[in-house]
Write a new protein. Structure first.
Length: 547
């Protein structure tokens, strides 16, 4: 079981894009210019390791006061949260949406706005609503829009300016910056900034604003196992140092990129086949492309740990960047301890980091890494649960249910190893249920109860399974009634109550909505149980509403 893959941090990528073509209209990839967009200055804040700006989204007939995420990696001009996307309206003949603030105006072509793939907007809103003045996050603006502008980013001053073409003058930026670097490369959807390291070796840093960690590509450094670069600078000289600004997270960057590419190509292959069966043509603008590669190696991928230490003036179209240090250092010993433990896949070092840095920013991620390694290495259940307790401690009370529930969902989702971790799933599921009274997402209680019931049934504890299935039915979503009846049928059959089991299987089929495998299983159960039941029996007509 590749448990670490499930728990690793993934960005919105090509595969989410591909999946949406099966369930949504085909949207044209953003290739046009955001014409008539003068840019301007915005106040920003970094929350949840994302750059956020409060703006007004506006059409002739629709308006939204909200926050947007500024994401240099996102491959669309704009994504709007799915639940909001369906409510967006445009005036007759209107082709653009406006993003507005007092000194800011950008227009996004309607054809370049797509529904969000993933739940980043909702998750950030839920987790940080108190820091957002109760104003939600409903959109992400990405590279196809941002590439039309130069950018001045100063996280310390909490400002972001987008400069229209020609506004930034190289000579002025050179005069105002500590370091001025030419040779910035734009490859595909990526911007690469020249850097040098270890005595003048040339490489690039990929510009990214999607997270905190600044990644070091350990595949190209002299001592891969050490995972450290002491001397790295912007540009081609030693004027402005990078490597002392923050701890760097050593990863096998190229391997990760190509593994992601291979996985995405396999998904593309499956989607092409599915569309072909439907008589539809795969839209080639969604085809997975090879990782963007500049003219030399990639040494770093920037994160907030680095970006927040400099004032950055970047103009990709003119190929230059100006950099000025704004803080002495963001270096953190705790970051370094976590990075070294995670890069070495050292469980005990991860646990030590967690114990010694219980309120650190990386604790949740370290717990996930420890848990994933623990599943692979058959670490004791008590040890795994104790690690999760540390993660619980850094979550607000209202978020503790979903924090534990997500571990339950992830472990249970691996069908091949589900039976191996039955006891763990039950323990974590029951732990999660303790927090439902104060949860901000109690609607997932039914799913957790159903999973716990399924695992009790796998342990041949049918009565305990039935109690969870019954509780799930009373507390759950009416749209899942058919699944609830199916589950109760399984438990009742295991308890030897054939007539009641038959009635629940029958009800499940009559309600409709069962997944194909469950529908087939219920049909087989009816055929199996029918000969055992007296057709004149009162039990055959038992009330299935209570199971």
């Amino acid at each position: 079981m590749d448990s670490r893959k499930r728990f690793s941090v993934r960005s919105i990528g090509a595969i989410a894009t591909l999946l949406c073509v099966l369930v949504a209209p085909i949207y044209v990839a953003a290739q046009q210019s955001a014409s008539g967009s003068p840019g301007g200055a915005l106040d920003i804040k970094v929350i949840g390791d994302k750059i956020l700006a409060r703006v007004e989204l506006q059409t002739e007939v629709w308006f939204k006061d909200t926050h947007v995420i500024v994401d240099y990696d996102m491959p669309y001009a704009m994504m709007i949260q799915s639940c909001v996307f369906g409510n967006v309206r445009f005036g007759e003949g209107e082709t653009n949406m406006r993003i507005l603030n007092e000194n800011f105006r950008v227009e996004v072509p309607r054809a370049e706005i797509v529904p969000e793939q993933g739940t980043v907007c909702g998750e950030l809103t839920g987790k940080y609503d108190k820091h957002l003045d109760q104003i939600d996050i409903v959109a992400i603006i990405g590279w196809p829009l941002l590439r039309e502008f130069g950018m001045t980013l100063d996280i310390q001053e909490e400002t972001l300016a987008l400069h229209p073409e020609g506004e930034l003058v190289a000579a002025d930026v050179r005069a105002e910056s500590e370091s001025f670097v030419e040779g910035v490369e734009v490859i595909g959807g990526s911007v690469f900034v020249p850097v040098n390291y270890n005595g003048g070796q040339q490489a690039f840093m990929k510009m990214s604003t999607k997270g905190y960690h600044t990644v070091l590509n350990r595949e190209i450094i002299d001592d891969r196992n050490a995972g450290v670069v002491d001397e790295a600078y912007f540009g081609f000289d030693d004027t402005t140092k990078i490597s002392d600004m923050a701890a760097l997270y050593p990863q096998d960057l190229y391997t990760n990129w190509w593994n992601d590419y291979a996985a995405a190509k396999e998904e593309e292959k499956q989607i092409r086949a599915a569309l072909e069966e439907q008589g539809r043509t795969f839209p080639e603008e969604y085809a997975v492309t090879t990782p963007d590669q500049p003219s030399s190696d990639v040494l770093l991928v920037s994160g907030m740990s680095i970006l927040s230490g400099y004032r950055i003036v970047l103009d990709p179209s003119q190929g230059f960047i100006g950099v000025t240090r704004t803080t002495n250092s963001n270096y953190s010993d705790a970051d370094f301890q976590f990075y070294m433990a995670a890069a070495a896949e050292d469980q005990e070092a991860l646990y030590t980091y967690i114990e010694e840095n219980q309120t650190d920013r990386n604790v949740e991620e370290a717990v996930s890494e420890f848990f994933s390694l623990g599943l692979e290495n058959e670490t004791s259940q008590d040890r795994l649960v104790s690690a999760i307790d540390y993660g619980l401690a850094v979550n607000e009370e209202r978020r503790k249910f979903m924090y534990v529930a997500n571990f339950v969902f992830d472990v249970y989702s691996d069908v091949e190893s589900r039976d191996q971790f039955t006891d763990l799933i039950i323990t974590l599921g029951e732990k999660a249920l303790e927090f439902t009274p104060r949860s901000d997402q109690p609607r997932f209680k039914q799913q957790v109860r159903s999973i716990v019931g399924d695992r009790y049934l796998a342990r041949n504890e049918a009565r305990e399974a039935y109690s969870h299935f019954l509780a799930a039915a009373f507390q759950g979503d009416p749209e899942l009634d058919s699944i609830s009846h199916f589950d109760r049928g399984r438990a009742l059959e295991a308890m030897g109550q054939e007539a009641r089991a038959y009635a629940n299987y029958d009800k499940a089929l009559n309600l409709g909505g069962l997944p194909q495998s469950q529908s087939e299983s219920a049909t087989e159960a009816l055929e199996r149980l029918r000969p055992k039941i007296d057709s004149d029996s009162d039990l055959f007509e038992s009330d299935t509403q209570g199971g």
